[in-house]
Design a protein around this ligand. Sequence first.
Ligand code: F0G
Length: 458
Amino acid sequence: MELPAIPPFKTKVVEPVYFRTKAERRQKIEEVHYNLFNIHSDWVIVDLMTDSGTGAMSEQQWSEIMLGDESYAGSESYFKLIRAVKDILGFEYVAPTHQGRAAENILFSATVKEGDVVPGNAHFDTTKGHIEFRKAHAIDCTIKEAYDTSLRHPFKGNLDLDKLEAVIRKYGRERIPFVNITVTCNTVGGQPVSLQNIKDTCALAQRYGIPVFMDIARYAENAYFIKSRETDYADWSIRDIIREMFREVKVVWMSSKKDGLVNIGGFIALNDHDLYEQLGQFTIVYEGFLTYGGMSGRAMGALAVGLYEGIDFHYLEDRINQVKYLGDQLVSHGIPIQEPVGGHALYIDARKMLPQISQTQYPAQLLAVEAYIEGGVRGVEIGTLLADRDPDTGLDRLAEMELLRLALPRRVYSQAHMDYVAATMANVAERCNELKAGFKITRQAKILRHFTVELERV
Ligand code: F0G
């Protein structure tokens, strides 16, 4: 008999899970105004809110925690990080930051100004937030296939080059500081970008003299998809694919809480010394001295190790297979998801599950709340709540898709947990047609409202 695939690790430390009744959860979620960010984690059974900073570190990473050099300047842990980034990503200069959005703040402080336009595939919400905060505009040039969840396209994170060129022609290179490629593309479902599309995008941008930046939070997962879905690169190593992805890219920034396999951290990496010096001024003002930015020595050491573990083929195969396993379970229960499944999460199409709920009543949030009540499974809405309001009109931007994201922490949950999540969603699906109305907003912040929004059942 063929032996089944198993995770390339075993458990050394465990965390308890607490169980509560459905009635208790129903009451709790009402108390916190139907915002899952307000739930205490011990009220959650399987926490799929995010794959960001929620992974389990290895024994080698924990060893690095003890070896952390906490010197204010010139920490050895910083040099470990520099060496790892240079070796894997091929960039000379590294500005550590406490997480991805801090990298965005520093990088955009030096590169984005009022009236600018930043085209790319769908920008993550903090990326867009930092662009709009500077009174600039983020323009989504993702291929249209990405927005049809049932359409199977291997690289739904790809940029539509015609759309991109039209944006460049319309605004002109003076108003476009860079083109942004996010790998994988979180907003449309953790969907990968093909190496061909990366090359074509870089070539197009170069023709207009515009640099390409890359948001590489999940670059290793993207490289795995290139290897497994793009035939030209089937025989390439993950490392070689990564180098090829970055060949023409001027700056990368990373929330290392994802493929860096650490609980906190981020960085900007580049080869341009002048730009690095400009970034340094903002690093010192916003984060900390250049050789630690926003990170402790021990966190930089753990990241230096995590970067290597995150590109290991067996690790990546297990990781992506777990996401696919849950995806297959959901599909077998008739639950509509973004297909093919992406790298870090399942995205359930709430409009298909709840066609009776208007987008103005946040159907994906309703699905998130029902999954929590049913099984204590916490996901997150990626829909109109997250899409927020148009900065010019102040009106809700109806999202292209209403999705419930179930993101899988790395090296944390077992196959049994996946079966539990699938059963939870199957039970929710069974009573979907009994749900007659969604939510209305009773309080919301000026930007990034979804974190703190308060809701009431309609
Ligand atoms: N870019 C991408 C593609 C992301 O997914 C995230 C975070 C960031 C930037 C910002 O990084 O959180 O370290 O400040 N994504 C998390 C998520 C929050 O749940 O998808 P950060």
